[in-house]
Write a protein that binds this ligand. Structure first.
Ligand SMILES: [Zn+2]
Length: 353
């Protein structure tokens, strides 16, 4: 069957409501097909354009999101770094505060050192005291320099540090921090030096005190018995037996029979025995060229070779040997020679205080 595209037509009628005229017209089929085809092309083109547009929008959004994520990361990193800087600054300030506290403690220790030196006395240590004093002076001079450093550290740099958050440039901040850190380092290094000096000073003071303690232990100082009644001093006197002028080589203390007699310093019993003149008598060697001699005892309570401590009971007071009544003849011998014992009888026993 042969179709004649050009001639086939569709008829269209438009019928109004009431008695209007009916409009009738004819359109060739080809035109209809053409219009339909055009409509399909337009619709599909619009759909394709829309798809392309939304894809473009989507990728744009993705890019935007990506960029925003990255910038957020950067902001976070910068914030973290700021935080770190603030923490470091606070730590540096802490260190500075610690340095100040240590300085105060060192000052206290310096005071303590000088107090110890002041407390320390005795003839034996005089030369040492001189040496130590000069050492302390040098130390004191060095210490004087220090507060200046601390002051400059606490002054200018603190202001610099405060300015860090206030819009000064990064280079300035870095320079400030570097200066603060370098000064904190030098501060601590100075403190270290001072502590070493202090340690040396205190060690010397300790040595000196130990020496003095040892000297005090071995130097006769105690009153040798319980009675304080001196009947004859060291020096020339009239002899109670011959009534002639003679030299008395010790001190006589009258007391009661069996009163305790004490070692007047740490030492070793060199002699404990009896003879016709001195009766029961004891010699103690105190190892510093000094010996003490206790005579006319009623009884010796120690033996030769025994070690005794200052204040130990070594005998009982009596009247043995050449004696007119119960008394103790106490003698101090220095380098083989009897000397006046009075300067060595300055201390009462602890239990008498
Ligand atoms: Zn005598």
């Amino acid at each position: 069957m042969k179709v004649r595209w050009g001639t086939r037509k569709y008829s269209f009628m438009i019928i109004p409501d009431a008695d209007g005229r009916v409009i009738r017209f004819k359109i060739p089929r080809l035109v209809i097909y053409f219009i339909l085809g055009l409509a399909i092309i337009v619709t599909s083109s619009a759909a394709a354009l829309y798809t392309m547009h939304s894809r473009a929008m989507e990728s744009n959004m993705r890019l935007k999101a990506e960029l925003s994520g990255k910038s957020k990361q950067y902001i976070q990193t910068v914030t973290e770094k700021d935080q770190t800087i603030i923490e470091l600054q606070s730590e540096v300030l802490d260190l500075k505060r610690q340095a100040d506290e240590i300085k105060v403690k060192i000052d206290q220790l310096k005071k303590l050192e000088s107090d110890i030196m002041g407390l320390s006395e005795g003839d034996g240590g005089r030369n040492n005291i001189g040496d130590l004093d000069s050492g302390t002076m040098a130390y004191g001079q060095k210490a004087k320099e220090k507060p200046v450093v601390i002051a400059s550290f606490g002054g200018g740099n603190l202001n610099g540090l405060n300015g860090v958050g206030g819009g000064s440039s990064d280079e300035e901040d870095d320079a400030d921090m570097e200066q603060i850190v370098s000064e904190a380092k030098s501060d601590f290094s100075l403190l270290d030096d001072e502590m070493q000096l202090l340690f040396d000073g205190l060690s010397a003071a300790k040595e000196k005190l130990l020496d003095e303690q040892e000297l005090m232990r071995i130097t006769p100082s105690l009153w040798p018995t319980v009675s304080w009644r001196v009947t004859s001093k060291f020096g020339y006197r009239k002899d109670p037996f011959t009534f002639r002028r003679s030299f008395h080589t010790g001190i006589d203390i009258a007391g009661n029979y069996n009163d305790p007699v004490f070692a007047t310093a740490d030492g070793k019993v060199q002699f404990a025995g009896w003879d016709r003149l001195r009766g029961n008598n004891i010699i103690i060697n105190h190892s510093n060229g000094i010996r003490t001699w206790y005579m006319h005892l009623n009884k010796n309570l120690v033996k030769k070779g025994e070690t005794v401590k200052k204040g130990d009971k070594i005998g009982r007071l009596g009247s043995t040997g050449r004696s007119t009544g119960p008394h103790l003849h106490y003698e101090v011998i220095k380098n083989g020679e009897s000397i006046d014992p009075a300067p060595y009888m300055t201390q009462s026993r602890k239990d008498e205080d």
